[in-house]
Design a protein around this ligand. Sequence first.
Ligand code: TRP
Length: 334
Amino acid sequence: MTKPTILTGDRPTGQLHIGHYFGSLLNRKKLEKEYQTYIMIADVQALTDNWDNPDKVRQNVYQVAADNIALGLDLNTTRVFIQSQIPQIAELAVFFSNLVTVNRLKRNPTVKTEIEQKREKFGEEGESLTFGFLGYPISQAGDITILRANAVPVGEDQLPVIEQTQEIVEKFNRIYNTEVFPVPKAVLSDAPRILGLDGNTKMSKSLNNAIFLSDSEEDTIAKIKTAKTDSQREITFDPVYRPEVSNLVLIYSLVNGITCEYAVSDLAGVNYSTFKQKLSKDINNYFSEFRLRRQEIIQNTNLIKNVLETGRKTVVLEAEKTMNLVRKAMKIDY
Ligand code: TRP
């Protein structure tokens, strides 16, 4: 029996951090047993808001590849590939763009929020919004369907984008009277969201509040030392009223494989300074093997290139099979 297919991806716009690790990377390792797994490095999508910074995108393609490979995925079956190396995705996106109205694109909550966050790029009123960025959900529908994926592991923020893929697939299958594409379902990871070390809802390089998977033990110690806490003395888990402290408790529980409740009882009477020392030590222990593997991988460009080339070869074949079915359904199989 063939396994169902999963496609997931990361935009190579920055390094991956421990939030990505617990929120999605670990889940990939788990899902690869049940699903034929494809992991795409979404360089084309990254360029939709970084078209003027191709160096950044290129560098991060290898970084993100290393993060994924260091997970210890089964590279005999799981494929890691670069989006731009599969031209069929762009071809499919052109056909899909006939099935999506501009109004529908403008209503997508994920894209709307991103446009608001990127004012310096797209203008105060969105007057400089590009066709490419507004339309990236169409291209993302192409990413998912080119492999006829059944499921897409994503974070909650991506649900509206997956919903748009589902609409496109349903419309395509109906109009062209075909069953080329399964309607893909979103798979949410059950890991709680990690906040930035300053309590911000996003861990990011520009906010200087993230622990990256490439960070050293010393980086980790320094970052945890300056992580925000509050003026109360007891360590409790109360994400609503004490987001910063609770976030540290959450990280502590994840790297120790215990619940947050257990962590709190474990930390009774402990002061922040001792807690932070313990926390950085436990993070460093947890990631020590991963970091060693990652370091070897990032220095071995040939290895990364081989993995990505194997991915490209497999995916191109699958993509061409899909496109043959698409062209037939659309009566352009001359
Ligand atoms: N939009 C996703 C993100 O920002 C990245 C992505 C691109 C993706 N193509 C995908 C995720 C296809 C899942 C499936 O995180």
